[in-house]
Design a protein around this ligand. Structure first.
Ligand code: MG
Length: 395
């Protein structure tokens, strides 16, 4: 892939159009936009992107209108990722693309959905949301006459596939290679990975406090929160709780972003990076926090695991969600006739290629593509005897 449309201010180690490995299906160059802008635009116009609005991040979507969804989470990752990329002279458009696409493959009901669907698929190759994100952009989006999926550039696909087992990597050609050779993705992909971490750690605190699952007093256990809390209280002793939490969180985000930029910049210089592939060949990420910040974020993650993600009220939601997905999978796999026509023909196409495994993959694709509320409605339609009426026939 080659155009003269490289961004100004790009560092030699940034991904660029002149060093790009191109698209699976060659296409004419875009006009008046970069290759990575084109990738971003394709994602924004995709169905999978629109569905993120009704998918759970941690809290089930319909439990409250103020909580983060996968869509608002992805936008926050994009905001943070772009700021960091711009400051490090990386390709901002590529960072944005990876950020808004990084969660496209998530099943409904957040982590609970991933666990449930993976269990259902254990004899058929499993379910992994990263791989599913790649499936969405490579195969499942049906929009273009000339190729399946969105035909994104290698660099966008590389960034979307954050993790991958060696077994899965073997089937992914060039894209899987780095997992077999234990190499790193581009610096833009590393940036988005870190931006994801910064976004969810901070917004989960915000949502958790708003939902009454964790308190400010509890949060003072963690150094990252405590230090910023002290600063805010010194400056505004009479501050309201609503403003307090926001003032603390915005400082925490800022602390993490500044630490990441400063540390990474030093590393780039020390490692003498001259080409995007120099970063790919390293044993570890070159985009990273200082050791001190790394420890503080670990402490915060442990706090959230113990007090928020394992809170009994979150656990109830999780268990219920797992039950819904298990039941849907069981119903469809045992009787394909109840699948809507599009989903059925998708299963049959995959069956031609992959046999029984293909049918299961088709059902998994159908379920993974559901929003939280669609999964609940489907569950009701299939299992609730009161829905044995004509209302059930309305699509
Ligand atoms: Mg994420």
């Amino acid at each position: 892939m080659h155009t003269a449309y490289d961004l100004p201010n790009l560092a030699a180690y940034a991904c660029s159009e002149s060093t790009s490995r191109g698209r699976l299906h060659p296409e004419p160059d875009p006009v008046h936009r970069t290759q990575y802008q084109r990738d971003r635009d394709r994602i924004i116009h995709s169905a999978a992107f629109r569905r993120l609005e009704y998918k759970t991040q941690v809290f089930v979507n319909h439990e409250g209108d103020l909580f983060r969804t996968r869509l608002t989470h992805s936008l926050e990752v994009s905001q943070i990722g772009r700021s960091i990329a711009r400051e490090l002279h990386l390709h901002e458009d590529l960072a944005e693309t990876i950020a808004i696409a990084h969660d496209l493959g998530h099943a409904p009901f957040g982590h609970a959905g991933q666990v449930a669907l993976n269990r259902c698929m254990k004899d058929f190759g499993g379910f992994e949301h990263n791989l599913q994100s790649l499936r969405v952009v490579d195969e499942l989006e049906e929009k273009y006459a000339e190729f399946p999926g969105l035909n994104l550039s290698f660099e966008s696909r590389e960034g979307i596939l954050k993790h991958c087992s060696a077994k899965d990597a073997q089937n992914l050609g060039t894209l899987g290679q780095r997992f077999l050779e234990k190499n790193q993705p581009s610096l833009e992909a590393q940036t988005c990975d870190k931006a994801d971490e910064i976004a969810y750690n901070n917004h989960d605190i915000d949502d958790g406090v708003r939902y009454g699952l964790i308190t400010i007093e509890q949060l003072l256990e963690t150094r990252l929160f405590r230090e910023q809390h002290e600063l805010v209280m010194q400056k505004y002793p009479k501050i309201s709780n609503t403003c307090l939490i926001h003032e603390v969180i915005r400082r925490m985000i800022s602390r993490m972003v500044v630490d990441l930029i400063d540390t990474s910049r030093e590393q780039f210089e020390r490692l003498n990076l001259k080409h995007p592939n120099d970063a790919r060949k390293l044993d570890n990420y070159a985009v990273s926090f200082s050791e001190d910040m790394q420890n503080q974020t670990l402490e915060l993650k442990r706090f959230l695991m113990k007090n928020l993600y394992r809170h009994y009220r979150v656990q109830r939601m999780t268990t219920k969600a797992e039950r819904v997905l298990n039941s849907l999978f069981e119903a469809f796999i045992n009787d394909l006739r109840i699948l809507p026509p599009d989903a059925l023909s998708h299963c049959n196409n995959l069956k031609d290629r992959l046999g029984d495994k293909g049918i299961a993959r088709g059902v998994s694709d159908y379920i993974a593509g559901m929003t939280d509320r669609y999964a609940i409605v489907e569950y009701e339609r299939i299992y609730n005897p009161r829905q044995l009426s004509f209302a059930n026939l309305i699509p």
